[in-house]
Design a protein around this ligand. Structure first.
Ligand code: BTN
Length: 253
């Protein structure tokens, strides 16, 4: 883990591999890690044949959208890793903010890290981690942004950037994401900067203070979305007490 206050996340510290069709850019990053890649590697693809979403779901991956994954090795101590998704969503939020026209609908983050425009999903983020034979932890942040295409059969509202008046394509959007991610990782500073990252996350978040439903693997809970703690866990007031939620699907009621 770096120790120079996030200073190693300079723009030229990252490499980028642009591919055509792959199964999943997350899988490509994990494979690179197993083969000894030192990390700080972006892999983008034009299309994915087996794009993965959260909780084992499929991520439709037609051409025209952005499919990007960033490989990091040992980005933080294990205890601080749960805040990395917040930093990633703050970077994506900043990226979309810089390309959306002023006429676009509200740009917000829905816990933990969906980026919504007009309360419709425009981007999904999937973090995956794997222990390597070297003893290092490979962490992959996979980002899918709807630019030209949006799935028709999603169980929630979806939108695309072109629908919101954005003219930039995947390459231009990636150039922006590359910069914003370097900025957000510097702020995050291996988890030491989590307070600043959570502050930015809260500023961009939707639904805080309101009623939400959280679908957990085995049940769903309705309650008031109190906020997030400094590790990025959702604080839900339900069943007469405050509960901390680490993973689940949130629906704003
Ligand atoms: C979600 O379910 O909201 C997360 C979707 C994450 C999709 C991206 S696309 C690039 C990367 N490769 C994958 O297979 N998944 C992520």
């Amino acid at each position: 883990m770096g120790t120079n206050g996030g200073g190693e996340y300079s723009l030229d510290a990252f490499r980028h591999l642009a591919l055509g069709e792959v199964t999943s850019t997350n899988s490509e990053c994990l494979r690179a890690a197993r083969e000894g890649d030192p990390g700080m590697l972006w892999i983008t693809a034009e299309r994915q044949t087996a794009g993965r979403g959260r909780r084992g779901r499929h991520w439709a991956s037609e051409g025209g959208n952005l499919y990007a994954s960033l490989l990091l090795l040992d980005p933080s101590d294990a205890a601080l890793l749960s805040s990395l998704p917040l930093a990633v969503s703050v970077a994506v939020h900043a990226t979309l903010k810089s390309v959306l026209p002023s006429t676009a609908e509200a740009l917000e983050i829905k816990w933990p890290n969906d980026v919504l425009i007009g309360r419709k999903k425009a981007c999904g983020i999937l973090l995956e981690a794997e222990m390597l034979a070297s003893g290092q932890r490979a962490v992959v942040a996979g980002i899918g942004i709807n630019i030209r295409y949006r799935p028709e059969d999603a169980p929630y509202g979806v939108t695309s950037l072109s629908e919101q008046g954005v003219s930039q394509g995947a390459d231009e959007l990636f150039a922006c994401l590359y910069r914003e991610m370097a900025w957000a990782l510097k702020l995050w500073d291996h988890g030491r900067g989590v307070a600043e990252v959570t502050r930015l996350w809260r500023e961009a978040a939707c639904g805080i203070g309101g009623l939400i439903r959280v679908n957990l693997p085995d049940r769903s809970l309705d309650g008031r979305f109190v906020g997030i703690d400094d590790q990025g866990l959702l604080i839900l007031e339900a069943e007469g007490r405050q509960q901390l939620i680490a993973a689940g699907d949130v629906f704003l009621l």
